[in-house]
Each structure stands twice: as C-alpha cells, then as structure tokens.
Write a protein that binds this ligand. Sequence first.
Ligand SMILES: Cc1ncc(C[n+]2csc(CCOP(=O)(O)OP(=O)(O)O)c2C)c(N)n1
Ligand SMILES: [Mg+2]
Length: 540
Amino acid sequence: MQRVVTAGQAIVDGLVRNEVQQIFGIPGVHTYSLFDALYERREELAYIGTRHEQGAAYMAYGYAKASGRVGAYTCVPGPGVLNTTGALCTAYASNAPVLCLTSEIFTHEIKKGHGILHELPDQLAILKGLTKWSARIGHPTEAPYLVARAFEELNSGRRRPVALECPWDTLGQRALVDLEVSARPIPPPAPDPDAIEQAARLVAGAVNPMIMVGSGALEAGEEVLELAELLQAPVTAHRGGRGIVGEDRAFGLGFASAFPAWLRTDVLVAIGTRMELPFIRWKRLPPGLKIVRVDIDPEELPRRPTDVGIVADARAGTRALLASLTGKIRARSSRESEFSDLKARARQEYEGVQPQLAYLDVIRAVLPRDGFFVEEISQVGFTARFAFPVYRPRTYVASGYQDNLGFGYMTSLGVKVANPRKAVVSINGDGGFMFGVQELATAVQHRIGSVAIVFNNRSFGNVLRDQKTSFDGHFLGESLRNPDFIKLAESFGAAGYRVKTPAELAPVLERALANDAPALIEIPSEPGAESSPWPFIHPT
Ligand SMILES: Cc1ncc(C[n+]2csc(CCOP(=O)(O)OP(=O)(O)O)c2C)c(N)n1
Ligand SMILES: [Mg+2]
C-alpha cells in the first residue's frame, strides 16, 4: 500500500504494524511531527507522558521485562536521549526488547558543529554504543524498512534494545511511501545434533547435575522442569531467570539454597545465562566440573569455559537435549527431600538478615502468586535476591548486571502498564526512590496503581556499611536528609502510609494493593540498622 505520508506517519504506522500498543515519552520541537502522527493513531497506540526521559525509558524497560513485548519510548535528541542512557544500558544488560525512538537536528546541520539546539557531536555513535542495533531514517521512504529492521533485531536471537533516530526535517517531510513492509526475524538455529549428543552423554553420566537458568530461558519453563525431573537436578537462577521453575516447587532453589549443592556439582547445564552466579558471585568451581550450555547468542559461549556449547533457542535446545537423553538415562530416585532440606537449611542460615527478611516475608505473603516484585539496589533488594521466593517467570524484575540505583520505581510503572490487572510492588531504598520520585506525577495522572515501599534509613545504607567496615568510618556522601515521604506522596495525589513493623505492613499493603491506585508506604528505620545480606551473595 503506497501513500503520501510524512516520515513520522510512516514510523507510527510501522509501530502499529508491529503490534506496539503502548509508547512512553516526552515531546519537543524536534519530534512534533512524530507526535502528530501518534495523535492520529492514538486509538491503536496509547501514549503515556512522563516527567523525565529516564522515566519514559525505564517504563518501556519495565513494560518489556514484565511482558516480553517490545517496550517503546520516544524523546528529543541530545539531552533528551542522553537522559535515557541509564535505562538503555539496563535493557542491554538484562536482554530486554526496548525501542528508543528519537530525532536529530536538521539533516544538513548534522556533524557541522554549529551548535544547534540539542546538537551532539555524534548522537548515532552514542546510540550504537548502547544498543544492539541503531540507525538513522534519512527519508520517509526508508521509514517502513528501518522500522521493520528494528523489529527484526528486537525479535531475533538475543533480545536487546535498539534505537532509531529521524532528523527533525525528515520527520515532517512527505513522500510516496510503501507502508506494507513486514519484519522477518531470523529464525533461531536448529540445535546441532552432534553437540546435543555430546551434551546428552555428559549429562547422562552426571551424579550431581545442576541446572542454571537466566533470562534467555524465560519461555522454556516447561522444558527446564522436565529436564530437572528427569535428572533429579536442582534448578537455580540469579536474577533474570528466577521463577522459570517456581521456587515453591521441589526443583526450584534460590541461590543461597543451591550453593551447598553447587560445591558437589559435577555437570552444570546452563540455559540462557551468562553464569554470573558461579563466575562472579560464588567465584569457585567444583573440581572436575563439566559445563553444558544452551544459548541463542554465539558470542556468549566463548566468554566462559564451556565443555559443550549448543547455539539454540532455550526451548528448542532443551527439548533436543531431553529427546537425546531418552534411552541414555535410567529413572533416578527422588531427591526432592534433599532439596527441601537445602531450602530449610539456607533459610535457617539467612534468618538473621533482619529486619529485611521479616518485611520480605510479609510482602511475599500478601503479594498474589502472579504479582510482580521490582527490586532495587538496597538492603531489602539485595536480600530479596536470595530470600524472596519467586513463583513465576518475569515476576521478579531486576536491573541485570548494571545494578543501577533508582531504576525500580520508574520500572514498576511500566510493569503495571503492561499488567494492569496484576499487583505490582516496588521496594526502594530512600536513596534510590528519589532518583525517580517525579514519576509519582505520571502514576497519578495516568492512574498507574503500582505500590512503592520506601525503606527509609536516612542513608545510602550500603555505602554507609562499606565506609564503616572497610574505610575506618570515613563517612562521606552516605547521609541523607529526606522529605516527609507521606506528605510528598499526598502532594502528588498518591496515597501515603507509614508503617513501623512487619506486622503493621501486612494490612497496609493489602489495602494499598486492593485500592489499585498509586501508593507509597514508608518504613522508617535507623541508619546502619540492617544486617548485611552480602555473605549470602558472595559466600566464603
Ligand atoms: C546509578 C547508581 N549510582 C550509584 C550507585 C552506588 N550505590 C549502590 S547502593 C547505594 C546506596 C543505596 O541507598 P538506598 O537506596 O537508600 O538503599 P539502602 O542501601 O539504604 O537500603 C549506592 C549509592 C549505583 N549502584 N547505581
Ligand atoms: Mg537508604
């Protein structure tokens, strides 16, 4: 179908064709033609305006992480797009399909250095350095092809963010454009039969196998569980893979529970994971360990020692491994009671991580099984990684290896937009929450009922502990003088609650979730009062 349209209209048409239903953003003079096109298609593609570009990008990130659908945002070039770089590197770090849509200065001004509004020396180079793929749309006729290409990148292989920029003049330029261009993602490679055979032989001979999953295995829950049952192997995950096998099931183990089993592991089956746990957190490999990996990204495999690497989609690769194991493996006796002992022992060991654990227990008890939990870089967040059981894939939202303070509240709004009927809780430190506090206004304006719990210890608590224990109490930059969080929430039009004990939290959280409206629950405490979660993340 050929029509005379602006590049802005062609881009928006491409988004709609690729089933984008939601976009977050902030407009500006460079993107007016894009916004006019969004206005035309507002029934098909909903728009949520945020109070800072980082909010838009984190909401797109949360939307993508929680749903598996593409999370899209738009912003002006220069400072606008730079404001989103923290979220872009987070999406890159956690394999989230995020689309950044921005503009550029006038085409004839690019790289001239005249000092034009929002000019950067080389914006496209910055975008390319932060994404899987980025391109400039130089003419309206290119728009459908480059939008399709963006979706090919978003939906092929390892899912990571992409960016498109279209100069101010081009966005409003009209041309006869062929709009009917479909994205054709590259199909994943079929698992190599020789590699599968080799892997199956290793796995069949394992006495103490372990399965580790990352966000690459989010869609492979059924296959992973089947493999776990066949091998009687524990399944563990660090962040992105949590809930693929529910941690309330016999085979799903939080990483603190899995650690003692790790020390005896002879074959690791790692599916869709960089293996951060063994190589960066646990920092030791059991003697004689063999590693079998399934990963869609061929560049990922050589980064770590790998005995058998299978380049495949997690589902197809695991399915092929299962098929090859039939006949090679005899029924194994149940190890379920061993796994529940491991869980009970770990729980006993980390019982002392207080008061974080007591609060997390309450949140777990109140949050429905399919509710979402958005962590933060905080005392409660670190504890949650091993002590907050996750039951379903995608319901535990983290920031991947960036661990970037402040992502949580803004991300939780995107999670809620993608799942309007599900409960969404974000747990924030007082420090991290203030990174995105302005998005309380977005939550109220657009009725996004995510509940923010703010643990207010009047400090960057983690910094405080490190300066106390490792730098002789040379405190600098750790202490925070905060606003009154209740008044703050209320001034935005959100509900504000203050609770002082885990017991008080339960009814308040229940109420806040039942109201399904923006809410902030402050939990005050004294600086430095939390016990350290770190021994369970980096065990010695
Ligand atoms: C973007 C970014 N800036 C700074 C840091 C360093 N950092 C890690 S934890 C932390 C303190 C967090 O304080 P708060 O949110 O109040 O949580 P608490 O540790 O007090 O529970 C800081 C500053 C970071 N991880 N990311
Ligand atoms: Mg704090």
